[in-house]
Ligand binder design. Sequence first.
Ligand SMILES: Nc1ncnc2c1ncn2[C@@H]1O[C@H](COP(=O)(O)OP(=O)(O)OP(=O)(O)O)[C@@H](O)[C@H]1O
Ligand SMILES: Cc1ncc(CO)c(N)n1
Length: 302
Amino acid sequence: MTQASASQPPAILCIGSVLWDIIGRCTTEMQRGSDMPGRITRLPGGVAMNIAMTLARFGVRPALLTAVGRDPEGDELIHACGHFGLITDHIYRSEDLPTDRYMAVEGANGLIAAIADAHSLEAAGDKILRPLSDGSLGSEDAPYAGQVALDGNLTLSLLDDIVASPAFAKADLRVAPASPGKAERLRPFLTRTRGTLYVNLEEAGILCQAEFTDSETAAQAMLDRGAARVLVTDGGASATVADAKGTITLHPPRVTVARVTGAGDTFMAAHIVAEARGEDRKTALASALKAAATYVSGEPPL
Ligand SMILES: Nc1ncnc2c1ncn2[C@@H]1O[C@H](COP(=O)(O)OP(=O)(O)OP(=O)(O)O)[C@@H](O)[C@H]1O
Ligand SMILES: Cc1ncc(CO)c(N)n1
């Protein structure tokens, strides 16, 4: 695997959770208390990692900013990140914090339950951002001016610092909630009118304390609450991009659904890449919808 030279800035930074996903899968339906045979896998995961891996599939080479322990699990995770072509040089390696983990149980009836243990990421706090001030990726005089994908596993207080920090003043911030349960953490992006938010209809509802039935109404409500720019997706139904220039709503192509988990990450990564290619608002939205629909249909994206 090739290593990026120190002088070559990464195309995009992915900041947030990078951890081991431990997923138990069972092919029959499960309920609370079920004890079933199945398969248990361990894979690199975390929202920042998932976005980075998806970006890498689209041909860009992201750098990760996260906390990873100096334990054997951490060494293995760093090695796995390198295997996917991700830049790991700027990751904060903690002596005393263990590598984070996420655990989910999936039955034939979908996700039964999941626990995200991102305590080390939370405990590391702004230490993960040091490369943006120590000169390796940016400094006070020359803040990082590229694209940044942020994940909602960062604490509300760190997200709040990021939107206000001079280190991010020039960055093109793109934010995704980790889960509907953590959507609340994105509130700083509403109050500070900065960045681009990628949410599904449910997450838009949580952020606006409302219930929406279509992406356009949800996107408009997010702007009314202070968001600078927002993309709202709604599965096989419409998706909307909205900012001060107005709103555009398009539908994804109709596909047969083979898998759904990861559709949101694919949409976000494809949209970031489309805009980096210089596509206009409508074309970039159409590209992202098509890539995510293709992913959902089970074919490789693009
Ligand atoms: N049934 C579908 N038919 C066509 N495209 C789909 C379908 N479901 C999802 N997609 C594509 O994926 C995009 C994102 O889907 P969705 O709104 O379900 O995201 P999400 O809820 O964040 O996904 P995730 O399951 O990753 O959390 C949609 O805008 C669309 O392009
Ligand atoms: C922290 C965390 N890790 C992993 C996932 C799924 O990969 C998630 N939603 N959140």
